[in-house]
Design a protein around this ligand. Structure first.
Ligand code: ACM
Ligand code: ZN
Length: 686
């Protein structure tokens, strides 16, 4: 120890700089690390780890899993016999009362590498820093430096949706290696949803014989014929984890300081269970309901039995119980649900859902675990010890924090990784949306109206990759990386050390490192960026003119209200950007130019995003009128994008004419597909 300190003092400190200063020495640079460490001091010289036979020595922990990890990691380390001879000396103090068990100090001098931490987790993260500096162990010459590092948040997570498309345990373990490298520590495993049940439950074999399989691989094909099949059906597609698989996954996670949080969805999104065990639904019939019947005691017996088997397997303190997007409609007419509401004095179906969540929380708490639920669990009254995962923006999370509940932020517009990360025309099929790397990175989970006391309840954040349209494993990786780096840096690094341009250049490096290790990543170097048309307002005759609506637009997608279609602003890559106006009816509007004027052109652009049920109109008719009474049809444009085209496309419908008018009526007829949306950004008149 004495020797170690004196060697640090003897080192000439040549610079104290932070990553945001833009200094990027190339050899084993600590400035390349994601997430950016709290404090970096560059010191003179380099340390060369031997190419072969590099050693470590752990002081303070005898039976830790770190030793085993180090032997098998790409640093290829062997255990030294003595502390004095080790290339990497690790000291774990096990100091009681230390509240940040993930913090570490890393000192690299020309003589050796030394790591100090209070807990194995911190030492593990110091090793991850070295793994990044050494480009996965390939570059053995490390820049001398002193790092002092600790996470900002304790919860830094990614969601894996293995229900929509089953992923192998090997896939999950591969992603854990990447997660560990960027110091992410929570894997939210979404194992049950309408698309398939993914975990063996001994008491309910039909969950894995039947509810885990469907006849179609493609989401679009299955959406047209939503049913399940036996596992031996000729085109059966799906799968599940056996208990042995789960144990293997958990062992791998534990060695990487990742908590796997099991997610058993209730009371909604449960079509697969209710097809296998229809007696748990209100109708008692398969393929009728997506919510469990909360009136029936069998539902609670089932859920408690399932959760018991799950809690026996998973050491995670948290069990995610879903709670999102229950339809709730079937409960209103169900005699069992009605009786429950009467007996329990529940006023409405929100309170009925809340009854289930409260009861399940009590059960989960009685087994020593806690529940996490999506922000819908606030509706009808929040269960007393529940942690809220805020996805419909941040309002639910803020409300929960203010009520003294722990919160994990994962607002859709910043943290949903199923949205495209670049111009939709060049990206693989997606559910819609547009969440480029910068948007994920710029998200700040702690909003200004939160007091210091309330902020203690903000556990961290999570990126969610819902996987309806993500069939291939490589596509899933493409969606995670590099956006997961941004989640990691926001979760770990101090806000004052964050800088997007600096981060982007580090992200390019980490993408290359992941690619070299066999991961697929988004091609960040060739990012196209925003829809160019949306960046500058446009001028045209109709700009700022009054629009009268024959049919109302949808209140959820009102954009800039009545001004949207003539505000001179074109939409970006997503209908969620508040520039696109949405309706499930026709668009039938009249624009008043104020005076009669020559009209040569009337056009509008529409969006196609079949995955999100967004379709261009079947046709668009344009009429001109001088007096607002008598209208003349001057042109019709017919839609030509087939519904089944999965790509996101933009289509301009243009009518060229030679008339005079004060009033211009544009009537876009909605696509015939049931449930189709119609999104318009601007009606351009010239
Ligand atoms: C969710 O995206 N339904 C949580
Ligand atoms: Zn019911």
């Amino acid at each position: 120890m004495r020797k170690l300190i004196s060697s640090i003092i003897a080192t000439i400190i040549v610079a104290t700089v932070y990553a945001t200063d833009g200094l990027m020495p190339s050899v084993g640079s600590p400035f390349s690390i994601i997430p950016v460490p709290n404090k970096i001091e560059i010191t003179k010289g380099t340390y060369k780890l031997p190419d072969n036979g590099a050693t470590f020595y752990i002081k303070g922990e005898k039976d830790c899993t770190l030793g085993e990890y180090l032997r098998t990691s790409s640093l290829a380390l062997q255990q030294a016999n003595k502390a004095g001879s080790a290339n990497i000396l690790i000291e774990i103090s096990n100091k009681k009362g230390e509240n940040n068990r993930e913090a570490y100090e890393l000192h690299i001098t020309p003589k050796r590498v030394s790591i100090k931490a209070t807990d194995e987790a911190g030492a593990f993260y110091a090793i991850q820093t070295i793994l990044q500096m050494s480009e996965g162990g390939a570059k053995r010459e490390l820049q001398c430096c002193s790092l002092s590092d600790a996470p900002r948040f304790s919860y830094r997570g990614l969601l894996f949706d293995v229900s929509r498309h089953f992923r192998s345990k090997e896939f999950l373990m591969k992603q854990m290696d990447a997660m560990a490298l960027m110091k992410l520590n929570k894997m939210h495993l979404h194992m049950t949803n309408g698309a398939g049940w993914r975990i063996e439950i001994e008491r309910y074999p039909r969950l894995t014989e039947f509810a885990a399989w469907r006849p179609y691989r493609s989401w679009m094909d299955w959406a047209d014929d939503t049913r399940y099949c036996e596992s031996n059906y000729p085109t059966a597609y799906g799968g599940y984890y056996t208990k042995e698989d789960i144990k293997e996954i958990l062992k791998y996670a534990e060695a990487r300081h990742i908590t796997v949080i099991p997610d058993i969805e209730m009371p909604g999104h449960s079509e697969e269970v209710l097809a296998a065990y229809p007696e748990l639904s209100c109708s008692g019939e398969p393929y009728k309901n997506s919510d469990y019947c909360i009136g029936k005691e069998e539902t609670f017996t089932f859920l408690e039995n399932v959760l018991t088997e799950v809690m026996e397997l998973f050491p995670s303190e948290y069990i995610h119980i879903g709670g999102d997007e229950a339809v709730k409609q079937g409960w209103k007419d169900c005699p069992h649900c009605k009786r429950r509401m009467q007996e329990e004095g529940l006023e409405n179906v929100d309170e009925l859902q809340s009854y289930l969540i409260h009861r399940i929380e009590k059960f989960v708490n009685s087994k020593g675990h806690k529940i996490i639920g999506w922000d819908e669990i606030l509706e009808g009254g929040l269960a007393p010890n529940a942690t809220v995962m805020s996805w419909r923006g941040t309002e639910g999370g803020i409300k929960a924090m203010k009520a003294g509940h722990d919160v994990i932020m994962t607002p859709g517009e910043s943290c949903y990784l199923d949205f495209t990360q670049d111009a939709a025309f060049k990206e693989p099929v997606s559910i819609g949306g547009y969440t480029p790397l910068k948007k994920v990175y710029m998200y700040e989970p702690l909003e200004q109206n939160i007091s210091a006391e309330e902020a203690k309840h903000l556990l961290g954040l999570q990126g969610n990759l819902w996987s309806e349209y993500i069939t291939e494993d490589s596509h899933a990786e493409y969606m995670y990386y590099p956006r997961a780096f941004a989640i990691a840096e926001t979760g770990w690094s101090r806000p004052e050390n964050k800088d997007y341009e600096n981060f982007r250049s580090r992200a390019l490096g980490l993408c290359s490192l992941l690619q070299a290790q066999g991961y697929t990543t988004f091609d960040l170097a060739n990012e196209f960026g925003e829809r160019k048309e949306s960046l500058q307002p446009i001028e045209h005759l109709g700009k700022g003119c009054k629009v009268s609506y024959k049919l109302p637009y949808n209140s959820k997608y009102s954009a800039n209200g009545d001004a949207t279609l003539t505000d001179g602003v074109l939409g970006g890559w997503t209908y969620l950007d508040k520039c696109w106006q949405g309706t499930m009816k026709d668009v039938d509007v009249t624009i008043d130019l104020g005076t009669v004027q020559p009209i040569k052109y009337v056009g509008a652009s529409f969006m196609h995003s079949a995955g999100a049920w967004v379709h261009v109109p079947k046709k668009m008719d344009v009429y001109l009128s001088e007096d607002g009474e008598e209208f003349t049809l001057v042109g019709t444009v017919w839609g030509d994008i087939p519904n089944e085209i999965p790509k996101i496309l933009f289509k301009q419908y243009s009518v060229v004419c030679n008339g005079k008018a004060r009033y211009i009526r544009v009537h876009a007829t909605r696509n015939d597909r049931p449930g189709a949306w119609l999104f318009t950004d601007e009606i351009v008149i010239n």
